[in-house]
Design a protein. Structure first.
Lengths: 175, 170
């Protein structure tokens, strides 16, 4: 029961910041995909950079566990490309679609309906996909520092620097 | 587009990252959203054919129940509503501005494109085992290889379809 309450609170906070950053909007999401407005890129990379440092710091102290998703090339590459194709038509992603409804963008409801149907179709196809696509190129739960054989901070620090310079470049270009 | 009510996206993104850290530290939960659609569909299908749903492998894997993530996704709508009301941003809208200026205001067209987009997006997200939250944010912040591959492929797919849809338009 407490877990459900924590879920709700986390969602409210996350939704609040998504709305304040204006990233729930179709115009911002499609704006990014048409390379006209990089607001969602700025939001996502800022989230990733901050949480990466925080989580790996806590991880080093033994206070949190990682929860990695396996790298199955067949599923991840084909699935993510399909997701992208659908995303470019819908203009909202699963999490932001609910937030978009929260700020009054009713067209997100069509997308939510579609996503529920899509989930149902996937559930039907799962037994077949499990023995085919989802067995192609299964590398298990791997991280970038693991495959390079280095300590994670050797990746995190250069990553943060790259993000910083990328942001500077975006600002210079006015994107 | 006037963006007066917007916070700096770097700041809003960074603060949302702190929310992520808090959730992982206090509850051990990484943010994600797309599994919730599976559970909801399972719950809806259960109304009509509970025996069938009980036997389907995917619904056995992702049980049709209300869990942490389900509440998280509902919370996003609530949080967005509170934030939008707070800054006078709440606006009932049937078409996004960009859509309207390109395709006009036929309800049917927007509904069909959004609905089909939703079907494809969710099928893909489940095949990839995550969406921009689960893979894009939570996977990338953990330096997971799957997170970066997914994030890049999300954008490639999106670049293709969004630019195809708006081909030649402003």
């Amino acid at each position: 029961m407490m877990e459900l309450l924590y879920g709700l609170i986390t969602g409210v906070l996350f939704g609040f910041f998504l709305q304040k950053g204006h990233v729930l909007r179709y115009d911002k999401q499609i704006g990014a995909l048409r390379l006209k407005d990089m607001t969602i890129m700025k939001f996502m990379l800022s989230h990733i950079a901050v949480a990466m440092v925080g989580v790996y710091f806590l991880y080093d102290l033994g206070l949190v566990k990682l929860a990695l998703k396996p790298t199955i090339l067949g599923g991840v590459v084909i699935g993510a490309l399909l997701f992208g194709l659908g995303w470019g038509l819908l203009g909202y992603c699963p999490g932001t679609s609910l937030g978009a409804v929260g700020e009054g963008r009713l067209d997100a409801l069509w997308g939510i309906l579609g996503m529920l149907v899509g989930a149902g179709i996937y559930a039907e196809a799962f037994p077949y996909l499990k023995t085919t696509v989802l067995t192609w190129g299964d590398y298990g739960k791997i991280t970038v520092p693991q495959i390079l054989g280095v300590n994670h901070w050797f990746i995190i620090i250069p990553f943060i620097l790259c993000v910083f310079f990328f942001f500077r470049w975006l600002e210079k270009k006015g994107l | 587009m006037k963006d007066k009510s917007a916070w700096n996206p770097y700041l809003a993104g960074a603060l949302s990252g702190v929310v992520s850290i808090g959730s992982i530290y206090f509850v051990g939960k990484y943010l994600g959203a797309s599994t919730t659609f599976v559970r909801t569909t399972g719950m809806l299908e259960q109304i009509f054919s509970p025996e069938r749903v009980a036997k389907m492998p995917y619904f056995m894997k992702e049980m049709p129940v209300i869990d942490w993530q389900w509440m998280f996704v509902i919370g996003i709508a609530v949080g967005a509503f509170i934030a939008a009301m707070g800054s006078g941003d709440f606006r009932m809208q049937l078409f996004p501005d960009m859509w309207k200026s390109r395709f006009g205001d036929g309800i049917k067209q927007r509904a069909i494109v959004a609905f089909i987009g939703g079907i494809i997006a969710m099928f893909g997200a489940r095949l990839a085992d995550g969406c921009p939250s689960g893979h894009g944010l939570s996977g990338s912040l953990q330096l997971s290889v799957s997170g970066y591959i997914a994030l890049i492929c999300f954008f490639i797919g999106g670049l293709i379809s969004a630019n195809w849809l708006y081909k030649g338009g402003k």
